[in-house]
Write a protein that binds this ligand. Structure first.
Ligand SMILES: [Zn+2]
Length: 209
């Protein structure tokens, strides 16, 4: 894994809470956290996504995450000891060469949604869950690498939207070269529409020519 800047954040004050499970993530509170009324702001719009609606307590981890809007605005990679906000090109490289598990990976698209509590912990570097905005994507490293290579070849001429939908502008096919186009397109046609393919298109980068 590359050498990315870690984010330093202070801990957030918590208190004793009565519920064993967190209202938001469903995880263990350890008897600490904040009441839902204090931890969850009126502007929080994903109340229906709460994993333990009967609880009235929010765990220290969720209290922490909800205290920093940067954890909503930016993508998150959390390992056991470091938290990072990777850029899109860093996300690309990290998905192809993930850190030692366990880790949690959230890719923010809108930057307007809290993703951490929906994310699953990754335990394997070759197949691992990633929270891609509201979707959970299982990343299989080998297919991702193969598809990404094709996508980035196509992206030298076509737009991401064309590659994602398969609706190519005819003139560009000429520009790319018909035979070459058919060869590349054949490798990805049957994967189009899958979550992993959409993720591959999202993280693809312009090749330096
Ligand atoms: Zn929680």
């Amino acid at each position: 894994m590359g050498d990315y800047a870690a984010v330093v954040m202070r801990d957030i004050a918590v208190q004793d809470v009565p519920d064993a499970r967190c209202w938001l993530c469903g995880g263990a509170t350890g008897g600490k956290g904040l009441p839902v009324k204090r931890a969850i702001k009126d502007t929080f719009t994903d109340r229906d996504k709460a994993r333990r609606p009967v609880s009235k307590s929010v765990c220290p981890g969720c209290v922490f995450c909800l205290s920093y809007t940067s954890l909503r605005n930016y993508s998150i990679l959390a390992t056991e000891d470091v938290l990072r906000h990777p850029t899109r090109s860093e996300i690309r490289d990290l998905l192809l060469d993930p850190p030692e598990p366990p880790f949690v990976f959230c890719i923010a698209v809108s930057g307007q949604k809290w993703l951490h509590f929906r994310a699953q912990v990754a335990y394997d570097q070759d197949g691992f869950p990633v929270q891609f905005e509201e979707m959970t994507v299982c990343v299989w490293r080998d297919p991702l690498a193969e598809w990404l290579e094709v996508v980035e070849n196509l992206y030298t001429v076509f737009s991401k939207e064309e590659i994602r939908t398969g609706q190519y502008i005819q003139n560009r096919i000429k520009q790319f070269g018909l035979a070459r186009f058919q060869e590349e397109e054949e490798k990805i046609t049957k994967h189009r529409g899958t979550r992993l393919f959409d993720l591959a298109v999202f993280i693809s980068q312009k090749k330096e020519v």
